[in-house]
Design a protein around this ligand. Structure first.
Ligand code: API
Length: 258
């Protein structure tokens, strides 16, 4: 079976995009895992289906590279916005439904702006914070992200207490002098460090604001794969009107035999 795919990346977090409006993509863990494999397949941190939706411009279905469907992907969400616009499914302003609900988004030249869910609960455990920005995120601060053994320490935290089987994404965040952030992330379901993690970048920005490391509510974040920004409104410890802004680019398209 031949499958048409499009490869997109958002700050180096890369995804195989499928136009599945005909609903004929075989949703199978082994097939998705193989497509995402960087030696035996196309390669990607995840695979994303664009499907029809009654209540919005389209639906986003997200799978991690381990082949399992997962929770919201912020960079994948920005890539599907670029994909939908490239396919002329929508104009520059759009809405789409994902596993965590309805999202608004805007194509603004090279920048894709994606509204994330409100963040109503943040656990502050001193050494780290935990919150759900569409996916679960453990955030801890460090003096220098370049010195963190992200793979081994991230894997240990992701699998250990209190996350265990369900796990969490693990973010290491450094505060830069100009009140911007540097971040590195171990991603659940990729089970490795990725070059950027959108829901993680969102969590890092909110955590930095809660801890008072940054004073404004428009925060620049430097990931290994590129630069993004997060803006929000904080009202009584709830974060609303949360937007993740950054690049999303089509890299190539092709067909894969499965
Ligand atoms: N791996 C995450 C989902 C993708 C998150 C990341 N790629 C993003 O941009 O938000 C999880 O299973 O919780």
């Amino acid at each position: 079976m031949k499958i048409k795919f499009y490869k997109y990346q958002g700050a180096g977090n890369d995804f195989v995009m499928i136009d599945n409006r005909t609903k004929d993509f075989p949703i199978d863990k082994n097939i998705i895992e193989k497509i995402c494999n960087r030696n035996f397949g196309v390669g990607g941190d995840g695979l994303i289906l664009l499907e029809n939706d009654q209540a919005s411009n389209f639906r986003m279905v997200y799978f991690n590279s381990d082949g399992n469907e997962s929770t919201m992907c912020g960079n994948g969400g920005r890539c599907i916005v670029r994909f939908a616009h490239d396919l002329q499914v929508t104009d520059e302003n759009m809405t789409f439904n994902a596993i965590d609900g309805l999202h608004h988004a805007v194509v603004d030249g090279d920048t894709i702006r994606l509204q994330m869910i409100d963040v109503k609960e943040v656990e502050d455990h001193d050494r780290y914070l935990f919150m759900n920005t569409g996916s679960p995120h453990h955030v801890q601060f460090t003096k220098s992200v370049k010195d963190v053994d992200v793979y081994n320490l991230g894997k240990k935290i992701r699998n250990g207490s209190p996350y265990y089987e369900e796990g969490s994404n693990v973010n290491f965040v450094e505060i830069l002098p100009n009140q911007s952030l540097k971040i590195r992330t171990y991603e659940r379901g990729v089970e490795n460090e990725t070059l950027a993690c959108g829901t993680g970048i969102t969590a890092a920005a909110i955590a930095s604001y809660i801890r008072g490391f940054v004073k404004n509510n428009n925060i620049y974040v430097e990931a290994l794969g590129g630069k993004l920004s997060v803006n929000f409104e904080e009202k009584n410890n709830t974060f609303e009107n949360v937007w993740l802004n950054g690049p999303a680019v089509r890299v190539f398209e092709g067909e894969i035999e499965i």
